[in-house]
Design a binder for this molecule. Structure first.
Ligand SMILES: C[S@@+](CC[C@H](N)C(=O)[O-])C[C@H]1O[C@@H](n2cnc3c(N)ncnc32)[C@H](O)[C@@H]1O
Length: 226
């Protein structure tokens, strides 16, 4: 079955390498640096890796990386960039229990259809003590119902509390979201899905950008034990 990003993989690869897309991608990399830290040769799963835009940041931190993405076209681009990657759904990974030291998932929580089964799968594949780092479009200052002006200030429109996929809406603009839709994920839905999977929330952070309100939220959670 074709996946939403198959048709737009090349477009997205261009988006994250210039303009505002690149600015956000680099801010996400700085959050990874801060929240994931050094890998020392350990294994990190890049969950929803896309074309592998954040793999250089992960390998730069010393992690060995394997990517997984549901879009075969995205995985093809990642492999072309030298990334070891598999086509798989985040809630059904071809990985053994307790087989990875860390999971990083970047700009994906508004693409996964349901978060609880994804974080349950993260819990399964993480070794005890291993950490999950989520870097996401900020649930409070992004999503389908928040409008940003040219100075980065936000107006929140009706719908903010809705936890559902939005396929079409004037606020989705003319970027990737008008092409693939977006799952509007209120902050409690994100945090409760992590906690509900049995992961322990350790730290949260926002991006260090210049805009008046942040674009990105980062969090660290770990599998107990180890
Ligand atoms: C906005 S892109 C982010 C890609 C990459 N992490 C980045 O930041 O450049 C979201 C990615 O999530 C993937 N995705 C959506 N649902 C998925 C699922 N159930 N399992 C695995 N990947 C999924 C999409 O195919 C897409 O590549």
């Amino acid at each position: 079955m074709g996946q939403r990003y198959d048709e737009f993989a090349q477009w997205y690869a261009g988006y994250v390498t210039r303009g505002v897309g690149q600015t956000v991608a680099r801010a996400a990399d700085r959050l990874l640096d801060r929240l994931l830290g050094p890998g020392d040769g350990r294994l990190c799963l890049d969950l929803g890796c896309g074309g592998g835009a954040h793999v250089p940041a992960l390998t730069g931190l010393g992690w060995r990386v394997i990517g997984a993405d549901i879009s075969a076209r995205q995985v093809e681009l990642a492999r072309r960039a030298g990334v070891t990657a598999v086509v798989a759904s985040a809630d059904d990974l071809p990985l053994d229990d307790r087989s990875v030291d860390a999971v990083a998932t970047i700009m994906t929580t508004t693409d996964f259809d349901a978060l609880p089964p994804v974080f349950a799968e993260v819990h399964r594949v993480l070794r005890p003590g291993g950490r999950l780092v989520v870097v996401a479009g900020h649930p409070c200052f992004g999503g389908a119902f928040v409008e940003r002006d040219d100075h980065g200030a936000c107006t929140v429109h009706p719908g903010y509390r809705r936890h559902e996929r939005v396929e079409a809406h004037p606020l989705l603009g003319d970027g990737i979201r008008s092409r693939v839709g977006v799952v509007n994920v209120p902050l409690p839905a994100l945090l409760n899905a992590v906690i509900g999977a049995g992961l322990v929330l350790r730290e949260t952070a926002e991006d260090d950008g210049d805009e008046p309100v942040p674009s990105l939220l980062g969090l660290v959670a770990s599998r107990p034990g180890g």
